[in-house]
Structures are given as structure tokens and as C-alpha cells.
Ligand binder design. Structure first.
Ligand code: BES
Ligand code: ZN
Ligand code: ZN
Length: 490
């Protein structure tokens, strides 16, 4: 779908050409493009200011049907995210106009705070991520994604970055898959259905996939996970995906919270927050999509994805507040609140992963707490790490991908909040304050000495309104972050 093209504009017949323009600096070198920019800037309504847009039809001298100019603002303020957003918005605009094929005049990096590779990466990512519509449940399909996008670059760059488009497209398709899974309504992604969706995709990509059924989970004593699933007619399951290249020695484990719907259980959610709780499996979606992407790109490291899946519902079989269960690790847990279910299924999944794989590192991703959204807002994830090097690597990946994370602490003395009068630990902290931290501390009790990071994505996993390169709903947050981390660390 995306390609680098070194072509002579004068000779090409082009339907739609996108030309990004800065308000204070010339960022193109091709004489034909420069002439087009000149005529656009001659118009009263266009100065290249951020988000300005103008279309010229059949400009003279070229066989270009329409030239779409997008303002980027001041060059010194332009960063990778600015380009990603510009590309995303342009793609959305083109899809709405019914454009099937787009050419993009890639600016040259000189005078910008980016190198050629950073610049191209951002443009390609924004384009692929913005070129996506989730209309599976609409009879009338209003917009159609573009079929092909060509990025015009000098011949030398087309050669140097030959492999970039396929790699970026593969990673971004992982993000899009995660978005689609999150957007799928809970009545069509019960734990067993979602497990099938994941394993079907895994088979195609050469991953090994295994599904633990409810009876296997019972036999293996996943007491905390089963307690969460108990109230639903839809049985729980756990998917384990393995990417095992010959070269890989150490194992990295990724764990994703997969609550296909979170009603809160008997501590039922009141108010509007229950309405979006189909998104409570976004961690699972991100982890599964990351494994699929890692397999598609044939990464050389050994990666295991552990994905516990449950529906948190209300019935005569629901777990009650005050119930005490024995978790996979052997620790007993008093379930002080049935709405703090994510930490229960993660506790069992992580204890299982540590015991089975003795991983070199483990990262879990979860829509875990409303408190994290209160702390960091809807666009930034909370990052908790038991290992400073791992934390630094993840923060670097967050910076590169703009899947933002902010470090939060794991203070030993706050474990006080999780004391139970009757069991080894309570899933409900005794104080409301610091809720994201107490949730992370609860998880820390189940990872042993494994270097571990927890990413609370309750904010960025889902959005009510569309943004520059993402529609309303699931964002696919985490796939680019984890992929970037996997490819940059070792
Ligand atoms: N799934 C929710 C957290 C959540 C909130 C996700 C908002 C996405 C958006 C989680 O299971 C939950 O309900 N957590 C409780 C924990 C509390 C009972 C200790 C919360 O955050 O209120
Ligand atoms: Zn909950
Ligand atoms: Zn939840």
C-alpha cells in the first residue's frame, strides 16, 4: 500500500499530490514542486500555517489533477509528531474526498530538526494509521481507505530506505488490528471468541498458539482469574502465543489484560463509565498484535505473549466482595472489590509466566485504573518498572513512537494499603489516593524477582473523539511502543 517512488513529476500522470508547506522555510527542492508551492502561497487563504489547507486543480505545467497543500507551521517547531499528524489528517481528508491513490511530495530534512529516516518514518506511519476506517457495523460505508500511497523521494533515498515501507506498514497494521479488536463489541468478542480471533491470526503468521480452556484453568488452579470469570455465562480462557526464532535465547514475556467486558461485577459500575468497557481488553489486543507483528517481521528474539481473557459480569455465580480465593501463585487474595478485576487475572497470568518461562524480562499492559487517567490524562500511559534500564528503554521507545508513557513510583511502604485482615493480600486498597500505584504494587507481588514493567493504558487505549491519525474508539496504543522497544533493546 505504501511505496517510495523516485519519479520525474513532469512525466507522470498524477491524480492527487500532497504537498506539505512550512510557513517560514522552503522545505522542497524539486523545481516543479517549488513552482506549485509558489502559486499556493500566492493565494490569500494559504501561508503554510499549521493545519491550513488549499487545493489547486490542474495547475499548469504538470499533469496533476489536484495538488493538496497542507500547512506545517514554523520549521523550527516541526517534529516527527507534527509530520505524523499532518500525514494522518491528509489521508483522512483524501479518503473522504474519494481519492484512491495519492502521491506525497516528501520534504527534505535540511533545516528541520529531523534526519531523513525520522522524517520518512513519521510521514509513512501517519499515512498508514490515518488511512483506516472501522465501518464493519455500518450498512452505508461512507469513506474508503486509499488503495496506494507513493512517497516521492530522490533516487538515493528510495534505495537507502528500500525496506522501510514494508516494515512500517507491518507494524502499523498491528496497530490497526488492535484498534479493530478493541472496537469490536463485547457481544462478538467473548473470551472464547476473542481467543479464536487471536489463534486464527497466529496460525497464519507462524506463531505457536495455545488456548487454555476453563477446565484447564481449573486443573492448573488459576483461582484469581476464575473468580473474575465466574459470574459470566461466557467462559474464561487464556491464550499463550510463542515466537521462537532459532537465534533467540532469552525469553521476553508480554502480558495483556483481556477483560472483554468490565461491568464491575457485583461492585457494578454506575454512571457512564460502564459504556466504554468493551475496551478493557486493549492490553490483550496490543500484546497479541505485537506478537503477530514480531512474527511477521521475523524478529530474532524469543517472545511469549500471555493473554488472560474473562468477562466480568453479574449473576448468581459472581464472586462476592469479601470472598477469598487462592491464586495460581498460592497467595490467598481477599476480593475487596470485584471491579478491581484486572489485577486478579494479571496476577495469575504473570505468576504462570514466571514459573513456566523464567523470563529475562516481563512487561504487562493493562487498562488497569481510572486513577491513572486522573493522574496523567487520556493520552499518557503510566509506566511502573522494577528495573531502571528497562524503564529507560521503554521511555526512549515512547519518545520515538509518541505512544507516551510517564514514570510513576513503586514505593515499598505503600504496600501497607493492600493488607487484608483475613488473606495474604487484598485486591482493594484501603485508600483511594494513589490508585494507579497501589494497583501496580499489587501486581508486583506476583512477578518474583523478574525484571518487570507495568504499563497502565486506561487513558490512551480508547478515545471518544477522533484524533489526527486515529478514529474514535480503540487507538491500538502499545503495539508501536512494544515493537519499537523490541527492535531497539536486546
Ligand atoms: N477497567 C477498569 C479501569 C478503567 C477505567 C479502564 C477507565 C479504562 C477506563 C478497572 O477494572 C477498574 O474498574 N478499576 C477500578 C479499581 C478500583 C475498584 C480499586 C477503578 O479504577 O476505579
Ligand atoms: Zn474493573
Ligand atoms: Zn477492568
Amino acid at each position: 500500500m505504501i511505496h517510495l517512488a523516485a519519479i520525474d513529476l513532469k512525466r507522470e500522470k498524477i491524480n492527487t499530490l500532497l504537498i506539505p508547506v512550512c510557513e517560514d522555510t522552503s522545505i522542497h527542492t524539486d523545481a516543479a514542486i517549488l513552482a506549485l508551492v509558489e502559486s499556493a502561497l500566492g493565494l490569500e487563504e494559504f501561508q503554510g500555517k499549521k493545519d491550513q489547507e488549499v487545493i489547486l486543480y490542474n495547475p499548469s505545467g504538470l499533469s496533476v489533477e489536484r495538488a493538496l497543500f497542507r500547512g506545517l507551521g514554523k520549521a523550527e517547531k516541526l517534529d516527527a509528531e507534527g509530520l505524523r499528524q499532518m500525514a494522518g489528517k491528509s489521508l483522512k481528508r483524501c479518503a473522504k474526498m474519494g481519492v484512491a491513490r495519492l502521491w506525497v511530495a516528501v520534504p527534505h530534512a535540511v533545516g528541520l530538526s529531523l534526519d531523513a529516516s525520522g522524517l520518512l518514518t513519521a510521514l509513512l506511519e501517519g499515512a498508514v494509521l490515518g488511512n483506516h476506517v472501522f465501518d464493519r457495523y455500518k450498512q452505508e460505508k461512507e469513506t474508503k481507505p486509499l488503495a496506494r500511497i507513493d512517497f516521492l523521494v530522490p533516487a538515493e533515498q528510495a534505495r537507502r530506505f528500500q525496506k522501510l515501507p514494508a516494515q512500517i506498514e507491518t507494524v502499523c497494521r498491528g496497530t490497526l488490528l488492535a484498534r479493530e479488536w478493541v472496537n469490536t463489541p463485547s457481544n462478538e468478542k467473548t473470551p472464547e471468541q476473542f481467543a479464536r480471533l487471536i489463534t486464527a491470526a497466529a496460525k497464519k503468521s507462524g506463531l505457536s498458539a495455545r488456548v487454555f480452556t476453563e477446565s484447564e484453568l481449573q486443573r492448573r488452579k488459576f483461582g484469581a482469574l476464575l473468580a473474575v470469570g465466574a459470574g459470566s455465562l461466557n467462559k474464561p480462557a487464556m491464550v499463550v502465543l510463542e515466537h521462537k526464532p532459532r537465534s533467540g535465547r532469552d525469553t521476553v514475556v508480554l502480558v495483556g489484560k483481556g477483560v472483554t467486558f468490565d461491568s464491575g461485577g457485583l461492585n457494578i459500575k454506575t454512571g457512564p463509565s460502564i459504556g466504554d468497557m468493551k475496551c478493557d481488553m486493549a492490553g490483550a489486543a496490543a500484546v497479541a498484535a505485537t506478537l503477530l507483528t514480531a512474527a511477521a517481521l521475523k524478529l530474532s528474539r524469543r517472545i511469549v505473549g500471555v493473554i488472560p481473557l474473562v468477562e466480568n459480569m453479574v449473576s448468581g455465580r459472581s464472586t462476592r466482595p469479601g470472598d477469598i480465593v487462592t491464586s495460581f501463585s498460592g497467595k490467598t487474595i481477599e476480593i475487596g472489590n470485584t471491579d478491581a478485576e484486572g489485577r486478579l487475572i494479571l496476577a495469575d497470568a504473570m505468576a504462570y509466566a514466571v514459573k513456566t518461562y523464567a523470563p529475562k524480562m516481563m512487561i504487562d499492559m493493562a487498562t488497569l485504573t481510572g486513577a491513572c487517567v486522573v493522574a496523567l490524562g487520556e493520552k499518557i500511559a503510566g509506566l511502573f518498572a522494577s528495573d531502571v534500564a528497562l524503564q529507560a528503554e521503554l521511555l526512549a521507545a515512547a519518545g520515538r513512537t509518541q505512544e507516551r508513557c510517564w514514570p510513576l513510583p513503586l514505593p515499598e511502604d505503600y504496600k501497607e494499603l493492600l493488607k487484608s485482615s483475613f488473606a495474604d493480600i487484598n485486591n482493594m486498597p484501603s485508600a483511594r489516593e494513589g490508585g494507579a500505584i497501589s494497583a501496580a504494587l499489587f501486581l508486583s507481588e506476583f512477578v518474583g524477582s523478574t525484571p518487570w514493567a507495568h504499563i497502565d493504558i486506561a487513558g490512551p487505549a480508547y478515545q471518544k473523539k477522533e484524533s489526527a491519525y486515529c478514529g474514535a474508539g480503540g487507538t491500538g496504543f502499545g503495539v508501536r511502543l512494544l515493537m519499537d522497544w523490541l527492535m531497539h533493546s536486546n
